[in-house]
Unconditional design. Structure first.
Length: 390
């Protein structure tokens, strides 16, 4: 039985400016690893709630009558200057649009709906646009899909493509030249995008069943790319920037293939990059970065692996790769130009890297399972290399 007991030094590295709240205490069985680690990852469970609640429907009796008859209902209201609405419906579907144009460039709405199946199985599309030069393009094929697009400002673009049944997409954009794209295939996928600022770009692709993707970007020139495919029930959530603190030029990418994987990215500051890839099932990855030019890369292939990167400062780099089952890797860095690398293979490995200062380097390479490595550095130009195998 492995038991690692550390003293106050853990508190120094985990409490120094980091939001993650570790679990302390060694020994025992936590159901996820052979024994509880002295510092564990406090997994997040927060999600987002896509809402479809577009413009008010003028006449519910007419809508019901159309759907009961196997026909479609279209409601388009346009005020102001230079608005265009192009609605194509086949089957039994609902489209509700509202536009207020301020002149200059056209606001454009395109809705293309097919299939549907009366009141119980119709596709629903809501679009609201205020400003100028906004473009919304919705395509729905299948039954019981729902899409809601709200755009306020100018030159924003939203694209929704739903194929299958019971998908839900909610896009809200405020500002200038933001772009959001949601693609959903198979069934019961949900996506929510909120963007505020200028030239933010979000692309969310979901296939298989019951995946949930959330992207919130506040600031300018932020990018978020999330892909979920495979068996389903994966969760991917990205937040870049806050209402009180804009983020700039950050990039976040998450790819998940399998079942019940969870991935979170939080980034504040400028030009931070986070990439997370998970395959198979029940894996958890989280990256939390605040500062300038920080970079985090996490890759997990297996089951019930956990990975966390927390970085504060600038030009810090963290890379964690885990192959196998029930591995855990944590990297905490604060300062300038610190670098941490953790590579773990087989099962039940544990790596904790904590670095404060600048130009510190730590690399851990563990194989054959059940290895434990703890690397802590404070100061400058320190180096730790650990290689362990049986």
């Amino acid at each position: 039985m492995k038991k690692v007991i550390l003293t106050l030094v853990f508190a120094v590295f985990t409490a120094f400016g980091f939001a993650q709240q570790p679990t302390y205490g060694c020994g025992g069985n936590d159901g996820g690893h052979d024994h509880q680690r002295c510092v564990e990852i406090d997994q997040r469970t927060d999600i987002c709630y896509p809402r479809v609640d577009g413009p008010a429907i003028l006449c519910w009796s007419d809508l019901r009558a159309a759907l009961y008859a196997g026909a479609s209902y279209s409601q388009a209201i346009q005020l102001g200057k230079k608005n265009k609405a192009l609605i194509t419906q086949k089957g039994s579907n609902v489209s509700v649009t509202f536009q207020y144009g301020t002149g200059g460039a056209y606001n454009v709405i395109k809705v293309n709906q097919s299939d549907g199946g009366g009141l119980a199985e119709a596709n629903w599309s809501y679009v609201t646009q205020l400003g100028k030069g906004n473009v919304a393009n919705v395509k729905q094929t299948g039954i019981k899909n729902k899409s809601d697009i709200d755009q306020y400002g100018k030159y924003n673009t939203a694209i929704v493509d739903q194929k299958g049944h019971r998908h839900m997409s909610d896009i809200d954009q405020r500002g200038i030249s933001n772009k959001a794209k949601v693609t959903q295939v198979d069934c019961k996928n949900r996506a929510k995008v909120f963007q505020k600022g200028c030239s933010n770009d979000s692309d969310q692709q979901q296939s298989a069943r019951a995946n949930l993707a959330c992207a919130k970007q506040i600031g300018h020139y932020n990018e978020s790319d999330q892909k979920q495919s495979g068996v389903g029930r994966n969760l991917a959530k990205v937040r870049q920037g806050k209402n009180s603190s804009y983020a700039y030029h950050n990039k976040a990418s998450q790819t998940q293939i399998g079942f019940r994987n969870s991935a979170y990215i939080d980034q504040d500051g400028k030009r931070n990059i986070a990439t997370q890839t998970q395959t198979k099932s029940f894996n958890y990855a989280e990256a939390d970065q605040d500062g300038l030019l920080n970079k985090s890369t996490q890759t997990q292939d297996g089951r019930r692996n956990e990975a966390l990167v927390v970085q504060r400062g600038k030009r810090n780099t963290a890379a964690q790769k885990q192959t196998g089952n029930r591995n855990m890797a944590l990297s905490f860095q604060g300062g300038i130009k610190n670098e941490s690398i953790s590579i773990q293979k087989d099962d039940n490995n544990y790596s904790f890297i904590g670095q404060l200062g600048f130009n510190n380097f730590a690399k851990v390479n563990q194989a054959d399972g059940n290895q434990v490595s703890i690397a802590l550095q404070a100061g400058s130009n320190n180096i730790i290399r650990v290689t362990q195998s049986k």
